[in-house]
Design a binder for this molecule. Structure first.
Ligand SMILES: [Zn+2]
Length: 479
């Protein structure tokens, strides 16, 4: 496969596509904000999970050594409230454990690889406390009655990620009555514990970290002071990512937190903004009962990651039928591979090789252009057409069928929309029985014993096996 030499990423901080240059040649340090584990993940969480899964898999597929870090927020107000609601034995760590286990089950259904590191806030308290301590020392932070706040007017450039200036941000903000800030735009780094709440000891009092500081501290611990790519949903750009930038750059003497910022667009349900109050949040675990991993990923990747995405029954039906077409082509290729017994045809081989090379080059060009998955999916279909055309030949070559399979596999490794069909092994007694029945049916048809041929078809149907008669003979598929 041709490996591309340059990849362009839309850098939200610069608001343009830029040539990707990693800090260290051949290596990518990537951090994406993960979920707060107080509930099951919903369809909105699924989008960044899939989008950045594809990005990191693609970078690996072209030879980068990627370290991919996605955190768990396992202590915050929502977890505290959830533990209170559940009552009894439920504590914040127990709530977190429950939903972290569920998270792993859910991402497996999304075909999302576990990240290289999944750091948890509660396991990084020393890093966080040291980070906050460093900011206090440099006077970028101040303590007020056990809370610690970041002093936004001391950090030149607060607002640069989300393209806002401090003055207009200050106009738009107000200090809540229970806050102890110097300035409306200051944000909390550490919260003093209220009676009965989970807490950690620090030199400035007992409490727990604010949300933003955890990512700065964990990215530093696992990836260093400056990372290559920082990702997350567009809704996190302000204030969460803006605050991460301020904290990290303030502590690290202006060194950038991330060289490239990637933000995925929001998701709508039937053209309405998803929100719990509208009751249209869909849990991944419920959704995945009615759709395959490949079909759901197809739906997600059918829009560019920066565009809004609309979830609707129609879109899912379309995705299902598209992946079915791809799967059929793969099943056909697989079937021919198992029954290949012929010489190829020079012209067909040459045409196939040329198509495969063109499709592969086109795919890389598209993925290298800011991970253009909607158009990359059209490459999958071009491969389907090339494969189907080739499979119409009576004579096929094993090497050519393997080329088709390899490209499908390469697409699947990144996009996850065209898994290899299950290979039926004739060592399996059930498969051996099916094959035998199929042979008997062929013989019955040859001797015009239509009654027996029909009987076998029915017998196989009861086993959920469908027979398809093709130009190259009969083949079977599981329904
Ligand atoms: Zn974050």
């Amino acid at each position: 496969m041709t490996t591309p030499s340059s990849i362009y990423i839309y850098n939200s901080q610069e608001r343009c596509k830029q040539l990707f240059k990693p800090i260290q040649d051949g290596k990518v340090r990537m951090y994406v904000c993960g979920p707060t584990v107080y509930d099951y993940i919903h369809i909105g969480n699924a989008r960044p999970l899939i989008v950045f899964d594809v990005a990191q898999k693609y970078l690996r597929s072209i030879g980068y050594d990627v370290k991919y870090v996605v955190n768990f927020t396992d202590v915050d107000d929502k977890l505290i409230r959830k533990a209170e609601q559940l009552g009894g034995e439920w504590t914040v760590p127990k709530v977190a454990e429950r939903y972290i286990t569920a998270f792993y089950e859910d991402i497996a259904k999304l075909g999302v690889a576990p990240a290289d590191v999944r750091p948890r806030v509660t396991e990084h308290m020393t890093n966080i406390v040291n980070f906050v301590g460093g900011l206090i020392e440099k006077e970028f932070a101040y303590v007020k009655e056990g809370d610690v706040y970041f002093r936004t007017d001391r950090f030149v450039g607060y607002g640069k990620l989300s393209n806002q200036d401090l003055e207009s941000l200050q106009h738009g903000s107000r200090i809540d009555v229970n806050e102890r800030k110097e300035n409306a735009t200051d944000f909390v780094l550490w919260k003093a514990a209220k009676p009965g709440e989970i807490f950690w000891n620090t030199p400035w009092g007992d409490g727990r970290p604010g949300w933003h500081i955890e990512c700065s501290a964990m990215a530093k611990e696992h990836l260093g002071e400056t990372i290559d790519i920082h990702g997350g949903g567009h809704d996190l750009m302000f204030p969460h990512h803006e605050c991460e930038v301020a904290q990290s750059e303030a502590l690290h003497d202006g060194k950038p937190l991330a060289n490239y910022w990637m933000h995925n667009g929001y998701i709508q349900i039937n053209q309405e903004k998803m929100s719990k109050s509208l009751g249209n949040g869909v849990f991944v675990r419920d959704l995945m009962q009615n759709i395959t991993t490949a079909a759901f990923r197809y739906f997600m990747l059918g829009s560019h990651y920066r565009s809004p995405l609309n979830f609707s029954d129609d879109a899912i039906v379309q995705a299902k039928s598209s992946v079915e077409r791809i799967a059929n082509s793969r099943i056909n290729a697989q079937h021919r591979l198992q029954h290949v017994a012929s010489l190829g045809n020079d012209q067909a081989e040459a045409a196939l090789s040329e198509s495969i090379e063109q499709i592969s080059n086109e795919y890389h060009a598209l993925m290298c252009d800011d991970f253009n998955t909607p158009d990359a999916l059209t490459c999958v279909f071009r491969l389907v057409s090339a494969a189907n055309l080739y499979l119409e030949q009576v004579d096929v070559l094993e090497a050519s069928l393997k080329k088709i399979n390899d490209l499908f596999d390469a697409f699947n490794e990144v996009l996850g929309v065209c898994p290899a069909p299950e290979v039926a092994s004739s060592a399996d007694p059930e498969v051996a029985r099916i094959e035998l029945l199929l042979e008997e049916r062929q013989e019955a048809r040859r001797t015009k014993n239509w009654a027996r041929a029909d009987e076998i078809r029915k017998e196989l149907a009861e086993l959920n096996i469908m027979i398809e008669d093709t130009a190259q003979g009969a083949r079977w598929v599981r329904k």
